[in-house]
Design a protein around this ligand. Sequence first.
Ligand SMILES: [Zn+2]
Length: 632
Amino acid sequence: MTDLRLRSLSSSPKPVMKKAVDGYSVATIPAPQTHHLLIRLLYVTSAILSISCLAYVGGRGRAPLPDAYALCSRSGAHIYTVDPAYPRAQCMVVQGSHIVDVGVIDEVHRRWESSVLAIEAAIKRSHPKPRLVTKFIESGSIIVPGISDSHAHMLEYGASRLIPLESARSAKAATALVRQFILSDEDIKQDPLKFVEGWGWDHTKWADKAFPTAAILDSDPIVRQHRVILEAKDGHAIWVNSKVLEDISPLPENVEGGVICISGVLLDNAQFLVRVPPPTYRDLEKRFQLVVDDAISYGLTSIHDAGFDPRSLEFFKLLAEKEKLPIRIYGMTHFDENTEYWGDKIKPIIGAANGRFTARSVKIFADGKSSSLPKLTSLRCHPGALRSGGAALHEPYADNPSTRGFMRIDQEVLTTTIHRFLRDGWQTNVHAVGDRANTLVIDAFESALEGINVTALRPRLEHAQIVTHPDMARIAKLGVIASVQPTHAISDMYFAEDRLGPERVKSLYAFRDIIDYGARFTLGSDAPVETVNPLSGFFAAITRLAPDGTSPHGPGGWFPEQRLTREEALKGMTLDPAWASFTENILGSITPGKRADFVVLSKDIMTIPENEILHTKVLATAIDGRPVYGRI
Ligand SMILES: [Zn+2]
């Protein structure tokens, strides 16, 4: 992978290490409000550096991008800074890896030149006057801060891109894609015993809506020679061929919390009957490359990975050590409640690889693993074999009164675990989908946070999908962050009411209500369950419509009163994720003193008609002032 990052210049304001009340350090830089003095200081260093080192090559071998440059719009203030002190700007000035100024074009040039003249006078030497190169964005385009995804599964997403199963419209078509992959993959050619792994088939999109079978995979002479294991899009089922079924035969009668369809599909816990060898470093590299390529092409500059396992944590640590991270990664390390507590043994990693890698939070599962509301009725291989699990609700499911879902973790274990991680200084992020799961997690947060500085801890509810109103109020009061995924609302809107009933459904994905209670929130995708494209999340959040403009409540959107404004949605993808990852002083807005992470979009998503939003293209994605995608 090409590492386009340049060593950061010392022109940035030095982070001040503050000792937080809970005993761990938080890196901060001076607040944006003091930016005039800061700009002067930055200019002083900038100018010296500009004299001695004139230009760096930016982009993919294209025209050199100077170390310092102004990026402006010819036609007015088309930079959406997400900085309340200066929400719109015509120009931003980048020096090295940081933003040093924003303003109208004449102003930023005047400030640049006067600071340069001051330097020249000070050092009394006659260097040629460093010029501030000005670049212009295309007419109609805009600049926004670097976009963050607050909840995605990076390597799983990469794995899902190996074989594009989601595009298949039948089990046969999926099998053809598997064949194509086998024939083209060098690693499988070299090691025919290697498992062929894929992700993303979705039988609900097929004409027969039936589960696929091993026999379909076996019908292809190439495919049947390999061990094939294909995970469903929702992560609740695997589809395998006979070679894999033979490996695990004889099959047990029952698997607790799982279902075996002998025709070739294993549901939930039955998936664990198949032991797939762990991915090799090379496998992970391939997956990483795929996710990074997609992410930067969609304008993402940072991803919160919602679940490192020991292997992926090691992988990312290694990449960070080698300084091979082309994107910022903020990792949550998964805590498996069946293993030993590790919060007091492992040290959080903060801002490694020049601010690109952090692993200071833990991910705990409270209820069903599904992140979007599980479709119970579609997950059975023969009548009567209902999938167990799902979201833990206060009252039974409307379409299945025999269950109210279950908690994945014992309440007492959950509470002690949350308390311990928080006490040991870990940001504690708990996956909670159902309203009961959310209540129980908030109970645990409430007792743990008594008398504690929440700003130093910033616990998060991952998903916070069905939340009662009293709990929304508690989230706000406690300072807990609701980490929500707008695209899930769109995926679930056609069956949610059947599952929850007409009243309870109103507390599902009720983003407006959550905000109105004064709670903090942050937006993510949960890729690969949904697309990693943040514009899809933006569109879903502000319209509550499917991409084709429809919803069960008509073209005005599904529960349109819960729509976010465009400003809220943009903040939810930039400054809010920065807060949720303790980086609001260095990331999340176009503010002097912050890192120069930004995105150039082909259209003004803040004003264009809604139906044009999904046609907007990313023209450039820049991290630390240099383009990692497109050009400036
Ligand atoms: Zn997730």
